[in-house]
Design a protein around this ligand. Structure first.
Ligand SMILES: NC(=O)c1ccc[n+]([C@@H]2O[C@H](COP(=O)([O-])OP(=O)(O)OC[C@H]3O[C@@H](n4cnc5c(N)ncnc54)[C@H](OP(=O)(O)O)[C@@H]3O)[C@@H](O)[C@H]2O)c1
Length: 259
């Protein structure tokens, strides 16, 4: 039986490309997001081109009940998930004290809570069957604080720490655990978060297809952390040598926190 891969945030950007890559690799896919039309269109094209099954499950992952409802739907359809790709996420540029309370809480629900709960719900059956694993989408933002985008940066620091901890816990089980950390990438994220208007973001952006391919290859090879693009790797490596008090001031300047 072919493996099944569930991808959250499959309706656009990196998640959409990851869904196509897993399907091209022969996996059945479960596509999760809020935008039903986009998911249905993607499922049709995947089934036509890749001859695998593509199931659409519509969910708003900021809803505290979403993960349990999603898991109930998987059980009802007798779908066993082998690979979980926690990709859904969003950011918001602006001062913590000025951005909407609800938007920032929803961000934590999607980027952190849903990712954690879904992993916890799906992991036992992966361990039972001894195959599959978890690919979490973090960000190079995980490596320093992000003034004017503090909650987003902190959420991605959580994703990295959680993924690394889980990887060690699962050592020897045969399961893969990988954190993909994109830098600026051409998707809906730039416009939605406000990051797209920053020069440092738009001039550096990689394509979603390149980023997804790096993540897919790194996950298949069971790499711990995958940072697509040499410029992003250089940035993260050099960040490690600079005191955090300085890196946060640099990010603050780049993200307009002093304006
Ligand atoms: N693009 C970048 O520069 C960049 C850099 C570093 C990390 N990342 C990370 O990459 C991941 C994918 O983002 P992307 O760049 O591909 O952006 P994107 O094109 O905006 O895609 C985001 C995906 O998340 C889904 N999503 C957002 N809120 C959701 C919710 N409440 N419930 C369910 N699904 C939700 C969206 O689907 P619906 O709107 O249909 O629900 C969409 O499919 C995110 O975790 C992001 O933080 C992106």
């Amino acid at each position: 039986m072919m493996p099944t891969t569930l991808i959250t945030g499959a309706s656009s950007g990196i998640g959409r490309d990851l869904a196509q890559l897993f399907a091209k690799g022969g996996d059945d896919v479960v596509l999760v997001a809020r935008s039903e039309d986009k998911l249905v269109e993607l499922a049709r094209s995947i089934e036509d081109e890749c001859h695998v099954s593509a199931t659409v499950l519509v969910a708003d992952l900021s809803d505290p009940n979403a993960i349990d409802q999603l898991c109930n739907q998987l059980n009802e359809r007798n779908i066993h998930v082998d690979n979980l790709v926690n990709n859904a996420g969003f950011g918001a540029l602006g001062k913590f004290s000025e951005l909407s309370v609800d938007r920032q809480t929803d961000m934590l629900m999607v980027n952190v809570v849903a990712l954690t709960r879904l992993t916890r719900r799906l992991l036992p059956s992966m361990l039972e069957r001894g195959r599959g694993g978890v690919l979490n989408i973090g960000s190079i933002a995980a490596h320093q604080a992000g003034p004017n985008m503090s909650v987003y940066y902190a959420s991605k620091a959580y994703v990295l720490s959680f993924t690394e901890g889980l990887r060690e816990e699962l050592h020897g089980t045969g399961l893969h655990v990988t954190c993909l950390e994109p830098g600026p990438t051409e998707t809906g994220f730039g416009e939605d978060s406000g990051m797209g208007r920053l020069k440092s973001f738009s001039t550096q952006a990689m394509s979603a297809a390149q980023v997804a391919q790096s993540g897919y290859d790194g996950y298949q090879a069971n790499e711990d952390v995958v940072i697509p693009g040499w410029k992003n790797r250089l940035l993260v490596t050099s960040t490690g040598f600079i005191p955090r008090g300085i890196t946060r001031k640099v990010v603050a300047k780049m993200q307009g926190a002093y304006e």
